[in-house]
Write a protein that binds this ligand. Structure first.
Ligand code: NAP
Length: 284
C-alpha cells in the first residue's frame, strides 16, 4: 500500500495521477486527506481514501494502517509545521513502513531562506526515526510565477528583490513525477535528492520570456528588500506574507534556489518543464 498525504492538495493530486500513470493499482493507493469535503477533488480515481490531520496523531496512526510506503507532503501551515511533520514521522515508524518519502526544500541543509528551518528539522526527525527514507528537496514551483502572470501583465511590471539571482524552478507535475518514481521503484532508500530544473532563470529573463510569448511588454523592477515588502503591503498583501516573499527573493539573489544537478531529469526520464513551456501553457 502506498500512502499519499496532502492528497487533496495540488501536488498530492498530481502524485496520485502519476502513480496511476505508472500502472499502480488504485486499490493499493491510500489518499490521506484532512477535510472530507475535499474528497470530491479525487473523484473518479477509485482510490482508498482515509482522513487524518497532521495535528492529530491518532488519526495518522489509523490512516497509516497497512501502509508499506508513505509520501509525506509538507504542510502548508504557517506555524507548527515541525510538530505536524514529527507526528507523521512517529506514525510512519509505528506503522513499520518500508519507506517514508518527504517533500523537503532545495538545499534545506544550508539555504538561508527562513522556510528551510522547518524542512531541516523534519529531515533530522526522519533521520532520528530510523525509518528508511528518501528526502526529495524540491526546488521552487514554476507555478509560483505563472499563477501571477495576469496581474503582472495588467501592470506591465514584475516587482521583486531577487537581483540577478537565478531560480531553477520546475513544474509541480515534474516534482510529482519524481515522487511517483521514488515511491514505485526500488533502490532509493537512504538518499537525499536535490531536485530542480536544468536551467535557472533570472527575473529579467522571466519578464523577457513573458514579453516574447504574450506580445505584451513586461519589465522586471528590482527593489531593495524593504521597498519590495512595502510595495507588496501597499498592493494589499499581509505584511507577514510580504516579508516571506522578500525572504524568498533574498534567497534567490544568493543562489539558494539555483540549479542543483540533473537528478530531477534522471528520476522523471525527461527534461523538466521549461520556463518558456510553462508561460506558453499559461497564456494560451
Ligand atoms: N516548492 C514550492 O515552490 C512550494 C510552493 C508552495 C508550497 N510548497 C510546499 O509544498 C507543499 C505541497 O504543495 P501544494 O502545491 O500541493 O500545496 P497545497 O495545494 O496547498 O496542498 C497542501 C496540502 O497539505 C494539506 N495539509 C495542510 N495542513 C494539513 C494538516 N494539518 N493535516 C493534513 N493535511 C494538511 C492540505 O490539506 P487541505 O486540502 O485540507 O488544506 C493540502 O492537501 C505545500 O504544503 C508546501 O509545504 C512548496
Amino acid at each position: 500500500m502506498i500512502v499519499v498525504t496532502g492528497a487533496s492538495g495540488r501536488l498530492g493530486r498530481l502524485v496520485i495521477d502519476q502513480l496511476l500513470a505508472r500502472g499502480t493499482d488504485p486499490d493499493s493507493i491510500i489518499a490521506v486527506i484532512r477535510n472530507p469535503a475535499r474528497e470530491v477533488r479525487l473523484q473518479g480515481r477509485n482510490l482508498r481514501i482515509r482522513h487524518a490531520d497532521y495535528t492529530d496523531p491518532d488519526s495518522l496512526r489509523t490512516a497509516f494502517a497497512g501502509a508499506d510506503r508513505i509520501l509525506l507532503i509538507s504542510s502548508n501551515a504557517g506555524r507548527g509545521r515541525i510538530a505536524h511533520h514529527r507526528n507523521v514521522v512517529d506514525a510512519a515508524r509505528n506503522a513499520e513502513v518500508d519507506l517514508l518519502v518527504y517533500t523537503s526544500m532545495l538545499r534545506a541543509d544550508d539555504s538561508g531562506i527562513g522556510l528551510a528551518i522547518d524542512h531541516r528539522e523534519t529531515e533530522t526527525a526522519i533521520a532520528h526515526s530510523q525509518v528508511p527514507s528518501v528526502i526529495l528537496r524540491n526546488g521552487w514551483y514554476l507555478e509560483n510565477y505563472t499563477e501571477n502572470l495576469a496581474t503582472d501583465l495588467a501592470t506591465g511590471m514584475h516587482l521583486g528583490s531577487a537581483g540577478d539571482g537565478r531560480v531553477a524552478a520546475a513544474a509541480r507535475i515534474d516534482y510529482a513525477a519524481a515522487a511517483a518514481a521514488v515511491l514505485t521503484d526500488d533502490g532509493h532508500a537512504g538518499n537525499t535528492y536535490e531536485l530542480a530544473a536544468d536551467f535557472g532563470f533570472t527575473m529579467s529573463e522571466l519578464a523577457e520570456t513573458v514579453t516574447r510569448v504574450s506580445g505584451k511588454p513586461l519589465i522586471y523592477t528590482d527593489l531593495p528588500s524593504g521597498e519590495h515588502v512595502k510595495a507588496l503591503v501597499d498592493a494589499g498583501i499581509p505584511e507577514a506574507a510580504a516579508e516571506l516573499y522578500a525572504d524568498w527573493d533574498a534567497g534567490i539573489s544568493r543562489g539558494d534556489l539555483d540549479v542543483a544537478g540533473p537528478k530531477l531529469r534522471e528520476l522523471i526520464g525527461r527534461a523538466p518543464t521549461s520556463l518558456s513551456q510553462a508561460v506558453t501553457a499559461t497564456l494560451n
